[in-house]
Design a protein around this ligand. Structure first.
Ligand code: PMP
Length: 359
């Protein structure tokens, strides 16, 4: 449905209709100029050849420093989505099951399906503050469980997991010998402190996937990374070797510049999205929607009892607003996801239409 909405929005736009697009997690903000300049400088310096499938040394070192690990534990990937895919491919291609709390970024489920692995969904609810119950999680684990996927902060709820819940999940996973893949692509720009999976073990029982798309408004550049045990890093590097070979060096140089300016860039992005989230929260509350206030960019995931969000979303497209139905993230037909990836005035305009539309 997410893709259907996007296609319909594009079609309406091509027919000349104005659509406020709040349906994707693609930031409207431009990539910071210093990052663009770094790519250009690298291209001019001739950094346009094949290179290491692990990633460039200076970037791996910088990522390692950021996460307090060794460069050997870092591999650069073409976007974090590829990192998620590569990890799932290596761990699930021979079958087994993967446990994923919902609502979830459906790419995880689609990847599992493409590998013939079973997906075991663990439903969480707004009414319970989107908390995962470690006991319920444990009940889903069996001898074929290869992996638990966490997305912290979460897309679509923008909820940051509280430390106690995360501690409980890690305890269960370690007791049962299951690896956690933690997708922390929104972590660096969360409004509240987000505990990373890397804070748990020096032995790399778990895996971090991360990227530059969200923190640095670099979605189209396609660069991300994995922090993991050296054995897995080597295996992913071998996958890089037989597929993409390497992320272009000039893009790695740009990403390196991003990390150098990280504090400044992340602060500006956080501030902008916190203001947007505040505007959206006020309007949604006044209109009687239930939701948890975002702890991070870019989403709000409101609920109205009895709502059919698929119909609601399609009707809104005809009114010039694109959002995503809750059913695109699991069993959440009464919810919808608004991406705050447009300027504040457009968000206000769209929210007026959303709040006034028949439910
Ligand atoms: N993980 C989550 C939870 C996402 O929402 C997205 C993008 N929508 C990604 C990963 C992919 O990000 P990247 O551009 O780094 O592949």
């Amino acid at each position: 449905m997410l893709y259907e909405i996007n296609e319909k929005a594009l079609k309406l736009e091509s027919e000349g209709k104005r659509i406020i697009r709040l349906n994707l997690g693609d930031p409207d903000l431009d990539t910071p100029p210093a990052i663009v300049e770094a790519a250009y400088d690298a291209m001019k310096a001739g950094k346009t050849k094949y290179s290491s499938s692990y990633g460039e040394k200076p970037l791996r070192e910088k990522i390692a420093e950021l996460h307090g690990v060794k460069p050997d534990n870092v591999v650069v990937t073409p976007g974090s989505k590829w990192g998620v895919f590569a990890t799932m491919y290596l761990m699930l291609r021979n079958g087994g099951n993967v446990i994923i709390p919902t609502p979830y970024w459906t790419a995880y489920g689609l990847i599992a399906k493409s590998l013939g692995a079973e997906t075991r969904l663990l439903k969480t609810e707004l009414e319970n503050d989107w908390k995962v119950d470690p006991a319920e999680l444990e009940a889903l684990i069996d001898k074929d469980t290869k992996m638990i996927i966490l997305n912290n902060p979460n897309n679509p709820t923008s909820k940051v997991m509280d430390d106690k819940t995360l501690d409980g999940i890690v305890e269960v996973a370690e007791k049962r010998g299951v690896t956690i893949l933690s997708d922390e692509v929104y972590g660096a720009i969360a409004f509240t402190k987000t505990k990373s999976i890397l804070e748990y073990d020096g032995g790399f029982k778990h895996i971090l996937t991360n990227g530059f798309s969200k923190t640095f408004s670099m979605t189209g550049w396609r660069i991300g990374y994995i922090v993991a045990d050296k054995l897995l890093v080597d295996k992913i590097t071998r996958l890089n070797q037989i597929t993409i070979n390497n992320v272009p060096i000039f893009i790695q140089d740009a990403a390196l510049k991003g990390i150098e300016l990280r504090a400044q860039i992340a602060t500006a992005i956080k501030q902008e999205y916190e203001e947007r989230a505040e505007v959206a929260s006020k309007m949604l509350t006044a209109a009687g929607f239930s939701f948890s206030k975002p702890d991070a960019p870019f989403y709000v995931f409101p609920k109205k009892a009895g709502l059919n969000s698929e119909k609601f979303t399609l009707d809104l497209l005809d009114k010039g607003v694109a959002i995503a139905p809750g059913s695109s993230f699991g069993d959440y037909l009464e919810h919808f996801r608004i991406s705050l990836t447009a300027p504040k005035e457009q968000i206000e305009e769209a929210l007026n239409i959303i709040c006034e539309a028949p439910k």
